[in-house]
Design a protein around this ligand. Structure first.
Ligand code: GDP
Ligand code: MG
Length: 441
């Protein structure tokens, strides 16, 4: 995958802004790559559309190819889609005893994850945790949890033969209160497929304990199926977060992206093995890197961008500090003003300036003036632009004629330039203390 992507990105070596064609051809490969990573088709479509819109027209950072730039944009967009609003590692377990309900299909990793989570809460947060298995279909499953509990030093609710899941949930709730536990985690039964009975049972348990968190455990290797399961569980039971297991396998983790895009549920943890310490807080950045498989290029672009920005800010600060503000700088400013909607646009953005804007345009100070000034600067030689002090009478006449304007207009421009240069000098001096530098970075 990585090779295939690099291939197409290498072909895009044109510098400047990213053209629609650059972006489109790069994204055709991204689309295939995402599908291969097991991201579902509608999600891939939506993602590609969003990136295409964002990327087209973006400038290409110095020393980076357009293809590499696209990789970075794709990567950032992946992170944006994967990340939730809140810290995924923080569970709502403030008012003890806080119930956590674990749901999911059989074999998804519920019991293992229950133990992993308990271990994490105990070791990292010093919580007193009680575990209870509601898996009455398989006595071995209840034993499994008890054994794991002993291993990690966490209490499990004693097993009572013949009890149904609702009765166990009630007993766990009572025991958690009486025993002074901070958290109790209910490991429910699963089935190979979602059915009405499974859902009804989970819903009944939910109604008994009112869980603070309902975590859906899904096998991260099952791709599209995982998303269907999540959608269904969320619709029927209500899910507050997702745990993706088996992320230690070869899968690229595309299910994570589909999951986020389709269910909107935050991914909280990922399982990375069978042992009870193989649980990590979901990290959008890392999963994005895994789905795309181009971490080296992303790092390269980030470094180039940081270097470039620092260099640019440094250069401007240095120029200002030396009181340097030549005609090229002025032209840059005038062009910037035009881009922002000209004088009128600028004025209309400032409250109470509407009238003044009209007066200014009546006096001829409008976009046309900006354009005339730019024309005057364009009529200068390179040397003159770099050093406006060269402009004596004969040169002025030549420049004004070249721009098809009056010398008096050129004089106005030169006066304006002098004023701005003085101002820049003052700002530059102020900036020696670091203020300006800070403002520019
Ligand atoms: P449950 O039926 O949902 O309770 O699933 P279990 O917790 O019993 O797990 C089923 C199998 O998957 C067991 O063999 C676990 O050791 C294994 N398993 C669970 N989570 C992970 C994981 O993150 N990575 C790997 N490699 N195996 C896992
Ligand atoms: Mg189980």
């Amino acid at each position: 995958l990585s090779e295939r992507l690099s291939g197409v990105f290498d072909r895009l070596t044109k510098q400047g802004a990213l053209s629609e064609a650059d972006v489109e051809s790069a994204l055709r490969e991204v689309r295939t790559a995402l599908l291969e990573a097991d991201v579902s088709l509608p999600v891939v479509r939506e993602f590609v559309k969003a990136v295409s819109k964002k990327a087209t027209g973006q400038a290409v950072t110095k020393s980076i190819t357009p293809g590499q730039q696209v990789v970075k944009i794709v990567h950032d967009e992946l992170i944006a889609m994967l990340a939730g609003d809140t810290d995924p590692g923080v569970l709502k377990i403030d008012s003890p005893p806080a119930p956590i309900l674990m749901v999911g299909l059989q074999g998804s990793g519920k019991t293992t994850t229950t133990a992993k989570l308990a271990r994490r809460l105990k070791d990292r947060e010093g919580k007193r945790v009680l575990l209870a298995s509601l898996d009455t279909n398989r006595p071995a499953a209840m034993e499994q949890l008890a054994i794991l509990g002993t291993q990690i030093g966490v209490d499990t609710l004693p097993i009572v033969k013949g009890e149904d899941p609702i009765a166990i949930a009630k007993r766990a709730k009572t025991q958690a209160s009486l025993g002074g536990y901070d958290v109790y985690i209910l490991d429910t039964a699963g089935r190979l497929h979602i059915d009405a009975e499974l859902i009804a049972q989970a819903a009944a348990v939910r109604d008994v304990v009112s869980p603070r968190e309902t975590l859906l455990v899904v096998d991260g290797l099952t791709g599209q199926d995982a998303v269907n399961v999540a959608t269904e569980f969320d619709a029927k039971i209500g899910v507050t977060g997702v745990v993706l297991t088996r992320m230690d396998g070869d899968g690229r983790g595309g299910a994570a992206l589909s999951m986020r895009a389709i269910t909107g549920k935050p991914i909280r943890f990922i399982g990375l093995g069978e042992k009870t310490d193989a649980l990590e807080v979901f990290d959008a950045n890392r999963i994005a890197g895994r789905i795309l498989g181009m971490g080296d290029i992303v790092a390269l672009v980030e470094k180039a961008q940081a270097t470039f920005e620092a260099e640019q800010a440094e250069r401007m600060v240095k120029r200002f500090q030396k009181g340097l503000f030549n005609m090229n700088d002025l032209r840059g400013q005038l062009e910037q003003m035009l881009k922002m909607g000209g004088m009128e646009g600028l004025m209309s953005m400032m409250p109470g300036m509407g009238k003044m804007s009209k007066q200014m345009s009546d006096a001829g100070m409008d976009d046309r003036m900006l354009r005339r000034q730019i024309a005057l600067i364009n009529a200068m030689t390179k040397k003159e632009r770099a050093n406006p002090d060269l402009l004596q009478a004969s040169r002025k006449r030549r420049i004004a004629a070249g721009a098809g304007l009056d010398v008096s207009e050129l004089n106005k421009l030169l006066k304006q330039h002098r004023q701005m240069a003085d101002m820049m000098k003052k700002m530059g001096k102020m900036g020696k203390g670091g203020m300006l530098k800070q403002a520019m970075s």
